[in-house]
Ligand binder design. Structure first.
Ligand code: FE2
Length: 174
């Protein structure tokens, strides 16, 4: 094939770039991305609350909780990126502002005044359970669309949130 023929076989790119054709319908991609927006907002909100508690915890359990919260906020911080990038892979814009997160999150914002140490633990148990419920509620959508990467991401997030909720809950038992 002559060089000029090769060139002509390359199609011109549409102005808006290539349309997405990964085998998931546009409606399914939109519904899953919408659900992941909530998961992203929940994860970010819980990250910030956990970091806040790392800074503001007081009392005889200071060292344990200060260090435990650091491990937990680091994990949550690392988790927001794959969630946002899955939204992008599905062809949608990832939310990334406090205003948007405030509207989307099911997890409440951190309390204005730092609570006592064990109350912090209780707030975080409820936060991890709320994020687990958000992640779990997305499985039927991902299954219906055969969206294995999203299902895999949800499985990973559920494992972490349920395990962290258990560990924190154990601190509240006698
Ligand atoms: Fe620190």
């Amino acid at each position: 094939m002559a060089k000029s023929d090769k060139k002509s076989a390359v199609k011109a790119l549409p102005a808006k770039g290539l349309p997405i054709d990964i085998g998931i319908s546009a409606a399914h991609r939109e519904a899953i991305a919408k659900g992941l927006n909530t998961l992203l907002a929940d994860t970010f909100t819980l990250y910030l609350t956990t970091h806040n508690f790392h800074w503001n915890v007081t009392g005889p359990m200071f060292n344990t909780l200060h260090n435990m919260f650091m491990e937990q906020y680091t994990e949550l911080w690392n988790a927001v990126d794959p969630i946002a990038e899955r939204i992008r892979s599905l062809g949608h814009v990832a939310p990334g502002s406090y205003a948007e997160f405030g509207k989307l999150a099911t997890v409440p914002d951190a309390p204005a005044k730092p609570p006592k140490a064990l109350e912090m633990v209780r707030v975080l148990v409820e936060g991890h359970e709320a994020v687990a419920r958000t992640a779990r509620s997305l499985f039927p959508l991902a299954d219906k669309a055969s969206d294995e990467p999203t299902a895999d991401l949800l499985t990973q997030r559920l494992t972490v949130h349920e395990q962290t909720a258990w560990m924190l809950r154990s601190l509240l038992e006698e």
